[in-house]
Ligand binder design. Structure first.
Ligand SMILES: [Zn+2]
Length: 143
């Protein structure tokens, strides 16, 4: 384990979800079925551990077949003005569309400062050497 790593609850699951998301993105051009499989596995990891997926990542996945939405390749992107200004993204595999609100004053909850409860910082390696702490004490700090 490297000294720069940060321990928090659910870290192995987030690493697995990161891997599955990247695999899904890579396989999008080569094999759409495998890409959808990796996306579905990522969603199931999040559901199983009751962890949130970042909205920026969630917006690049189809809500029906969980394949990655790449504009011009696996998705069609259109700007809509009525009934509200939005971006309409249509999956070319399953023809499901999703709308993303595109107003100036519209903010996601995660972008609001009230949504931040705690910020985790990487432990400083020099501080760790000076105090000569073991790994269990460091992991307790971030639980
Ligand atoms: Zn789809």
């Amino acid at each position: 384990m490297s000294q720069k790593s940060c321990n928090f609850r659910g870290k192995p699951v987030f690493e697995r979800m990161n891997f599955l998301y990247q695999a899904s993105q890579i396989m999008a051009k080569i094999d759409p079925v495998a890409s959808s499989f990796y996306g579905n596995a990522m969603i199931n990891c999040a559901k199983k551990t009751v962890s949130k997926i970042e909205p920026d990542i969630k917006r690049t996945m189809c809500k029906s077949c969980q394949s990655p939405l790449v504009a011009g390749e696996t998705a069609r992107v259109r700007l809509m003005t009525k009934p509200i200004k939005s971006i309409k993204i249509t999956c070319l595999l399953c023809k499901t569309s999703k709308r993303i609100v595109n107003k100036k004053e519209y903010k996601l909850w995660l972008e609001c400062p009230e949504s931040v409860v705690k910020i985790l910082k990487d432990p400083d390696p020099s501080e760790k050497k000076a105090k000569n702490t073991n790994s269990t004490q460091v992991s307790k700090r971030y639980d």
